[in-house]
Ligand binder design. Structure first.
Ligand code: NAD
Length: 290
């Protein structure tokens, strides 16, 4: 396929390189990032998008996505598909899809899970929203860049699935970290805590696969001085998107709200920026109830 790829940063760069390595003709554009292997760079986003069967965007937020979409939609060939893989708010995703469809294009919102490691290895999970037809046309590219693609529903459904998943992840990480810090103060050995919880009803991905305690469980960012991994500020971004969505539909999400506030304090006041989101554990270790 002819693919336009806009946003070649930590995630987009390796995703575009994997598409090129699989034999797709990839034309890329980024304001700053270097050219990934096998990709031809264009001078503008519109030039990267022109003539593409599919145009993929992998950008920082909804505002930038809307600006880029306004530039590329008029340049795209009618019948082509605009596929946004960024994590953005549900409203922006729906607006961009409506604009693309009004211009005779297909539209898919397909945020990812799996991080930079998954983007490099081609093992991302895509959660997609949009029409059956548009999803089917992008699916062969998802197969190259990922190991699984779930079609979640209409436009915006991919972003909805992503923020619900990450709200669970943020809340669960905090619960796992505060439980470890409590166990420490009760004199419980961390390995014993892991052995029990990872095989009991308190088990979770954050305990079993991404344990926040160094030297315990499988290798994780905790074993690498909490270098990300998944940075705390990216978790904060996703928790804020979840709160924006909850506000939009009047959903009561007290745990999600508490998690957003905690990560906000951690990132903005406690040196959490640039540290893995599991570094909540050393934060709780240092604290008392007051
Ligand atoms: P990044 O900052 O490394 O990459 C974004 C790229 O977009 C940058 O290279 C930037 O120069 C480029 N860009 C910004 N404005 C542009 C414009 N107007 N035109 C063209 N290029 C522009 O970020 P990332 O880590 O690659 O994340 C991208 C998206 O993926 C985000 O929405 C993020 O939330 C999501 N995501 C990231 C991860 C992760 O672990 N990094 C995991 C899942 C989802």
């Amino acid at each position: 396929m002819k693919v336009g790829f806009i946003g070649l940063g930590n995630m987009g760069g390796p995703m575009a390189a994997n598409l090129a390595a699989a034999g797709h003709a990839v034309t890329g554009f980024d304001l700053a990032a270097p050219c990934p292997e096998g990709v031809t760079m264009a001078a503008t986003a519109a030039e990267a998008a022109a003539g593409g069967d599919v145009v993929i965007t992998m950008l920082p937020n909804g505002e930038i996505l809307e600006a880029v979409a306004a530039e590329v939609i008029p340049a795209m060939t009618p019948g082509a598909v605009l596929c946004d893989c960024s994590t953005v708010d549900v409203e922006s995703a729906r607006r961009v899809a409506a604009e693309a469809e009004a211009a005779g294009l297909g539209a898919v919102d397909a945020p990812v899970s799996g991080g930079v490691g998954g983007a490099t290895a081609g093992t991302l999970t895509f959660m997609a929203g949009g029409s059956e037809d548009a999803f089917a046309r992008v699916a062969p590219l998802f197969e190259v860049m990922g190991q699984k693609a779930v079609h979640c529903g209409a436009s915006g459904a991919g972003q909805a699935a992503k923020i619900c998943n990450n709200m669970i992840l943020g809340v669960t990480m905090i619960a796992t970290c505060e439980a470890f810090a409590l166990a420490d103060k009760l004199g419980l050995d961390r390995q014993k805590m892991f052995d029990v919880v990872s095989t009991s009803s308190g088990q979770s991905w954050t305990m079993n696969a991404y344990c926040p305690a160094p030297g315990v469980g499988p290798h994780s960012p905790a074993d690498n001085d909490y270098k990300p991994g998944f940075a705390s500020e990216l978790m904060l971004k996703d928790l804020r998107l979840a709160q924006a969505a909850a506000q939009m539909v009047d959903a009561d999400t007290p745990m999600g709200l508490a998690a957003a506030k905690l990560y906000e304090t951690f990132v903005e006041e406690e040196g959490g920026r640039g540290r893995d989101f599991s570094a909540m554990l050393p934060r709780f270790e240092r604290r008392t109830r007051t």
